[in-house]
Design a protein around this ligand. Structure first.
Ligand code: NCD
Length: 294
């Protein structure tokens, strides 16, 4: 299979190469174009940033974009994921981006030869989100080793937390988690909110993923905000150069106070901007044959 499914099979050297190319696109040092290429975005779960940032990346690369509305497609007539993707391959696409609620959905697509870019699978991976998170950290600090990061919130349902923590550890970062114990799946050492705020260089907040919960969250959203939300008071206790990140969508007043979302330490909107450039880098490397896996 060709494309990008997970960062777990990528060397840290390859990841640095992607970040460097993304920075070259951002700095106007690369203006590669792929005229005549066509790609589609197949999103079976809701998305604003990932879907439209992939589409923006394609437009920037001169690639024609085909959108897809799952609820108005033959998926509703019982067509499988494989047959849907096989259809787009038969239409002559040069690649597709897929988001699906099932962990590792791409393992069903082994017979597909066209490149596939994973826009998020269940609670498992979100490789381009991890790359844009890394790019944002790298732009800030110029390195990864030794930096302390804490992911705070609904860890167990978060593909962002799981994907990010694996690669951050490999890059030599000290990774921690925090938030309600009901969301602690033990994927990294736990810190209390106070410890996380005082100790970490990167505070990464996560949305409570209500749509994935089998059981109702044990506390109300206002209790959540009080106990685990990033309030102005907590921001004031952060390290001088520490930054705030969030994959978004953000729920102002729940995991983050309204006034904090765009404060001087927040890199949330920068992450969105960087998302376009890492997606340009990944598409370009796959189309050039520099990124092959599986
Ligand atoms: C995340 C996702 O869908 O995995 N958002 C994103 O892609 N930027 C996180 C979320 O939905 O909370």
């Amino acid at each position: 299979m060709r494309g990008l499914f997970t960062l777990q099979t990528l060397s840290t050297q390859k990841i640095q190469e992607i970040i460097d190319l993304a920075l070259a696109f951002k700095g106007g040092k690369s203006s590669k174009k792929y005229p005549g290429k066509k790609m589609a975005t197949l999103f079976f779960e809701n998305s604003t940033r990932t879907q439209y940032s992939f589409q923006t990346a394609m437009i920037n690369l001169g690639i024609s974009v085909i959108g897809f509305n799952a609820s108005a497609s033959s998926v509703n007539k019982g067509e499988t994921l494989y047959d849907t993707v096989r259809t787009f391959e038969s239409l002559g696409m040069d690649g597709v981006v897929i988001r699906h609620s099932k962990d590792d959905y791409y393992k069903e697509l082994e017979n597909i030869k066209m490149p596939i870019f994973n826009g998020g699978d269940g609670a498992a991976n979100h490789p381009t989100q991890s790359l844009l998170d890394l790019m944002t950290i790298y732009e800030e600090y110029g390195h990864f080793a030794g930096l302390k990061v804490c992911m705070i919130g609904d860890i167990s349902h978060s593909r962002v937390a799981h994907g990010d923590l694996e690669i951050m550890k490999r890059l030599g970062m000290e990774v921690y988690i925090s938030g309600p114990s009901e969301f602690n799946d033990g994927c990294a050492p736990y810190l209390t909110m106070d410890e996380a705020i005082e100790k970490c260089d990167v505070i990464m907040l996560l949305r409570v993923q209500f749509e994935r919960h089998q059981e109702k969250m044990k506390m109300t959203v206002s209790e959540y905000h009080k106990l685990y939300g990033l309030t102005e008071e907590r921001v004031n206790k952060m390290k001088k150069n520490a930054i705030i990140m969030h994959p978004a969508p953000i729920n102002r007043g729940v995991e983050i106070a309204d006034s904090v979302a765009e404060c001087e330490k927040s890199r949330i909107y920068k992450q969105m901007t960087n998302g376009v450039f890492v997606r340009m880098a990944v598409i370009s490397m796959v189309l050039d044959g520099n990124l092959w896996f599986y």
